[in-house]
Design a protein around this ligand. Structure first.
Ligand SMILES: [Zn+2]
Length: 335
């Protein structure tokens, strides 16, 4: 079958109609795209920031759509089902990681932007095991940012195995940070959100966290050795040492985003009167996705999204490139 998508031919180029051939495998589903986000990661793929983009690129790795056709082996989805699709589209299901249920570490995995065309398209064909049924509990546009950003943040938090009523810091209050605050607050933890922008205070408070102005060093001293976990969503340089110092003994520091430049660290802070750890998290497994979507539906997670029509996709991409948009931008397909 011929799939109509919107491709970017070269680094920094514009999205324009692009057609590719794709057959429907026995385990695959063809999904009509309803919503697709344009995230910071997409514009970083467009500018080839990580050096692994394959052009033509069809961006879009947070997708909500309706199943239109199913392969002969597919039993769990049927035409008309509302599904969410994230960054990962395939895994081998045979390696040690797949067998233990951590398909996100599979060496054979296929992801949007590097191995596959994404959701800025009329349709997408994916393995049914990477198309996740969505409950009608949330508005379907609200699910979009959860499918990749939400998954990365949720899985990073769950890895910490926090005791009830922990004290947690969230660095940054953009798309990832807003989700981290909500997840942690709804899990019953005490949340402090560190941001440089005073204008985000009200929003942060509404989401359930205390606001800390990160440019005020005095505020960090007052929080000394208070934190069980700090989760960083920052993609700009920051003083890692200052945040390691305010972790409790055995406190954990989780990174779900990183600055493009190397960060320096005083490594002794991991053991001085403590046993602190730093870990990173990359998306999540299929089970993490199902758990996260259930949690989000049950707790009525709000994703702050601005919706624009597919017809304005290049304006949307430019808005994200120039930083003119502070919340997640979601494109709605009106065809
Ligand atoms: Zn595998």
């Amino acid at each position: 079958m011929k799939i109509k998508a919107y491709g970017i031919k070269e680094k920094g180029g514009k999205a324009e109609p692009f057609y590719y051939e794709r057959s429907l495998g026995e385990n695959e589903v063809k999904v009509k795209i309803i919503y697709c986000s344009i995230a910071r990661g997409d514009v970083q793929y467009i500018s080839n920031d990580w050096g692994d983009t394959k052009f033509p690129l069809v961006p879009g790795h947070e997708i909500v759509g309706a199943v239109e056709e199913t392969g002969s082996n597919v039993t769990t989805l049927k035409a008309g089902d509302l599904v969410g699709i994230g960054y990962q589209l395939e895994a081998c299901f045979e390696c040690e990681f797949c067998k233990e249920g951590n398909e996100q570490f599979c060496a054979q995995q296929k992801v949007i932007g590097v191995d596959c065309y994404g959701g800025l398209a009329e349709h997408i064909v994916v393995d049914n095991r990477f198309a996740f049924k969505l409950s009608p509990a949330l508005h379907s546009a609200n699910y979009v940012p959860l499918l990749s950003s939400g998954l990365a943040v949720y899985t990073g938090i769950m890895k910490a195995q926090l005791p009830a009523h922990s004290v947690v810091g969230v660095l940054g209050a953009g798309g990832l940070g807003q989700m981290a605050i909500q997840f942690l607050h709804k899990m019953g933890h005490k949340v402090y959100a560190f941001s440089h922008s005073l204008e985000k205070k009200e929003m942060i408070n509404q989401l359930g966290a205390e606001f800390i102005l990160s440019s005020n060093p005095g505020s960090l001293a007052a929080l000394d050795k208070k934190f069980d976990l700090i989760i960083s969503t920052l993609n700009v340089e920051y003083d890692l040492d200052a945040f390691l110092r305010i972790l409790k003994p055995r406190g954990q520091f989780c990174v779900v985003a990183s600055p493009l430049k190397k960060q320096s660290i005083s490594i002794g802070l991991l053991y001085d009167y403590a046993q602190r750890t730093i870990y990173g998290n990359y998306v999540g497994s299929r089970k993490d996705m199902v758990d996260m979507l259930d949690f989000a539906a049950k707790h009525n997670m709000e994703s702050m999204v601005e919706v624009m029509p597919f017809s304005e996709m290049n304006e949307a991409i430019e808005k994200v490139q120039t930083g003119a948009i502070k919340i997640r931008l979601v494109l709605k397909n009106q065809e």
